[in-house]
Design a protein around this ligand. Structure first.
Ligand SMILES: NC(=O)c1ccc[n+]([C@@H]2O[C@H](COP(=O)([O-])OP(=O)(O)OC[C@H]3O[C@@H](n4cnc5c(N)ncnc54)[C@H](OP(=O)(O)O)[C@@H]3O)[C@@H](O)[C@H]2O)c1
Length: 206
């Protein structure tokens, strides 16, 4: 699959390397393609390349948005027409450590900012270390996702499962709001309450 990753911080690097090493064709969308600072990431991502964000996102199957909230809506608008691609919104609308009161959810705000994309909220409610390595013994960490397009969710669930996650469909795009608050709980548990980033939610079933 051709996957564009917009933003190469903790999340973009972890997902890009994980999918590239599993044989996907990854292109990193960065503001300074060719810069020396991206060399190590490209070397660690078999077959990957880098390009300006709108160029990276053109003609791929999946675009992953992994930018800080302050620049996310501008970054989403700058992608241009996505031609029906699946857009994975991994961002969290955090302002001063809380959910941005100016949006109902980040997922819905991103969906309104992009053109012709099938948005799936995913990878926002777990840590980037889990994206790089999702192994927790016999239990797979849950990867909650939400969106209005069933086929897009199935595709993203498959990409999550490849990384070792248990993808869990949490409903339509409006459920992004809940997933973003779930992310706050993960962040609180990991950092404020001292559990560290080696933690993950799981869904038990019987
Ligand atoms: N960290 C986690 O464990 C985690 C987990 C789940 C979700 N999230 C969410 O995922 C998002 C990214 O988090 P992160 O920790 O990966 O952030 P980060 O390490 O700060 O990296 C952000 C990246 O976005 C790039 N960027 C910023 N504005 C951009 C723009 N307009 N166009 C293209 N690229 C742009 C930055 O590039 P420059 O270097 O050029 O500034 C940088 O590469 C956030 O919304 C966060 O809440 C984070």
């Amino acid at each position: 699959m051709k996957i564009a990753i917009i933003g190469v911080g903790n999340v973009g690097r972890a997902l890009g390397q994980a999918w590239a090493t599993r044989g996907h064709e990854v292109v990193y969308g960065v503001r300074d393609p060719g810069a020396e600072r991206h060399r190590a990431l490209l070397e660690a991502s078999p077959g990957a390349s880098s390009a300006l964000p709108a160029e990276a996102a053109a003609g791929v199957d999946v675009v992953v948005l992994a930018t800080p909230w302050a620049s996310t809506l501008d970054a989403a608008r700058a992608l241009g027409d996505l031609g029906g691609a699946v857009l994975v919104d991994a961002t969290n609308p955090l302002v001063d450590g809380d959910v941005d009161p100016g949006v109902r959810s980040g997922g819905e705000a991103v969906a309104a900012a992009v053109t012709d994309a099938r948005l799936v909220k995913a990878f926002n409610a777990t840590g980037s270390a889990n994206m790089a390595d999702a192994s927790y013994g016999a239990t797979r960490p849950m990867l909650p996702l939400a969106g209005d397009d069933a086929a897009a969710k199935t595709l993203v669930a498959g990409l999550a499962a490849e990384l070792g996650f248990d993808p869990v469909d949490c409903g339509g795009l409006a459920a992004s709001r809940e997933l973003e608050h779930l992310a706050l709980t993960w962040i609180r548990l990991a950092y404020a309450l001292g559990n560290g980033p080696g933690i993950a939610f799981a869904l038990l079933r019987r």
